[in-house]
Design a binder for this molecule. Structure first.
Ligand SMILES: NC(=O)C1=CN([C@@H]2O[C@H](COP(=O)(O)OP(=O)(O)OC[C@H]3O[C@@H](n4cnc5c(N)ncnc54)[C@H](O)[C@@H]3O)[C@@H](O)[C@H]2O)C=CC1
Ligand SMILES: O=C(O)C(=O)CO
Length: 324
């Protein structure tokens, strides 16, 4: 079995054990980075393509008759043309629940930093405001206490439910918007609500769903207008779920309490992004590294190894499409 990993550099794998994964292949080749247009030449003759964020479109897949499996080294599979893969009989598998602790710890940091207005206070100290103050403390801008506030999670899967549990420990009420059947989230602690109710009633909103044609631009100008003026919005899922121009405009008009984003619609944002130009006292942007603890990255490699091992035995684990 020949496998090609297109973007090993994205894993920062020097502190990881890759031997078991590589050992599953007769022939394994890894590239640090694969630029647009290089996918076809690199994947020719391989049965398994491994990719974290290198896209695989229909045109490329149609020219890879030997490809049997695309193993996405991530949970989000929006970089793959799933319909084309299905039609061409190529299975697409993802990694599940590998980074939940890392992602939720990151999201919690963002939520607390927004509520405590850490970016604004850091800036005020850098400006010398505390040093020259009349009183022993600064209390402007106002601090939000999360206890008794409502967290609304969009997507009650691995990360959304874990985040809700952690938020409950802070004394937050939690609700969820979830498209799946009610098994995972039928507890009274995480009642399901409509998008309208979640937007109108939540003090903190966290996006934890995949980017699909249904969720693209889910949070647009209309959705932002429904949110409380002091609401905090966090997105650790995918950039395209929030309309970035609409969010930038809402922030600049002062219509939102703050926002924290770990993901942008184009990454890295080489050509800029409307949100990178926003000057706002309560905006935090992190470089898509919520998943990136060493533990999570090793779990990703270990789960991928298991997927390849089972695939060789004829079982398709974590399949996200319906290959013909
Ligand atoms: N920033 C980062 O480092 C990371 C980002 N992610 C992103 O976060 C997303 C969520 O991750 P997990 O919670 O682990 O995935 P998951 O698959 O366990 O949960 C996603 C949930 O969203 C639900 N969902 C799908 N469409 C929906 C819709 N239209 N409305 C409401 N709910 C919907 C699903 O039914 C599922 O329960 C991933 O798809 C990925 O794009 C995941 C890991 C790390
Ligand atoms: O797992 C994911 O979906 C991520 O975005 C991390 O690469």
């Amino acid at each position: 079995m020949k496998g090609v990993l297109l973007d090993q550099g994205s894993l920062q794998s020097s502190d990881l054990h890759l031997d078991n994964l590589i050992g599953e292949f007769d022939n394994f080749k890894a590239f640090d980075q694969t630029l647009s247009g290089q996918q076809l030449e690199r994947l020719k003759g391989s049965q398994i393509a491994l990719t974290n964020k290198v896209p695989l479109d229909r045109e490329t897949l149609e020219q890879l008759p030997e490809l049997r499996l695309i193993l996405v080294l991530a949970t989000g599979t929006n970089i793959i043309d799933l319909e084309a893969a299905s039609q061409l009989g190529i299975a697409v598998c993802n990694n599940r629940d590998y980074s939940t602790h890392s992602l939720v710890e990151h999201t919690l940091s963002l939520m607390l930093a927004l509520a405590r207005r850490l970016p604004a206070y850091q800036q005020r100290i850098a400006n010398g405001d505390w040093q020259g103050a009349d009183q022993f403390c600064l209390l402007d801008p106002p601090i939000i206490e999360l206890h008794n506030k409502q967290l609304g999670v969009i997507g009650a899967g691995a990360s959304g439910t874990r985040l809700a549990t952690v938020a409950q420990a802070l004394g937050m009420r939690t609700v969820a918007l979830e498209s799946n059947r009610p098994q995972k989230t039928s507890t009274t602690d995480l009642p399901r609500v409509s998008l309208d109710r979640l937007l109108k009633e939540s003090d903190v909103i966290s996006v934890n769903c995949p980017l699909t044609e249904t969720t693209r631009n889910l949070i647009d100008a209309n959705a932002l207008a429904q949110m409380k003026p002091e609401a905090l919005l966090i997105n650790t899922a995918r950039g395209g779920i929030i309309n970035e121009a609409d969010l930038a405009a809402a922030l600049m008009r002062g219509e939102l309490g703050g926002a924290a984003l770990d993901v942008l619609s184009v990454e890295p944002p080489r050509d800029g992004n409307p949100l990178l130009d926003v000057v706002h006292p309560n905006l935090i942007i992190t470089p898509h590294n919520a998943w990136g603890s060493r533990e999570a990255r090793q779990a990703l490699i270990d789960q991928s190894t298991e997927i390849v091992r089972r695939f060789k035995q004829g079982e398709v684990m974590n399949c996200v499409n319906q290959p013909n």
